[in-house]
Design a protein around this ligand. Sequence first.
Ligand code: SF4
Length: 93
Amino acid sequence: MFTLAASVGHDGQRPERKATPIGLNRKGDAMKIVVDFDLCESNAICMQIAPDIFEVRDDDFLYVLNEEPGEEDRARVDECVQRCPKQAISVQG
Ligand code: SF4
């Protein structure tokens, strides 16, 4: 099951922009990825580091595939935070 959420789209509407698998990879870990889609320029740097977590699709929007990855992914997520040129990614927890 996927929950879709959105920021601003081409037509002024708020299209669905990210897909979060519900019930997957929820291990009670506190880490939660937050992306400021108003800052993101969809250059896919985060996707190169963690393609299982971030995906820039053909529509040129970034989708967060897993907002709550496990602790084993923290180093890669931290690298995404550090390397994002727009400082659009933050981690809570
Ligand atoms: S690295 Fe930053 S600007 Fe680039 S797609 Fe990821 S969140 Fe967006």
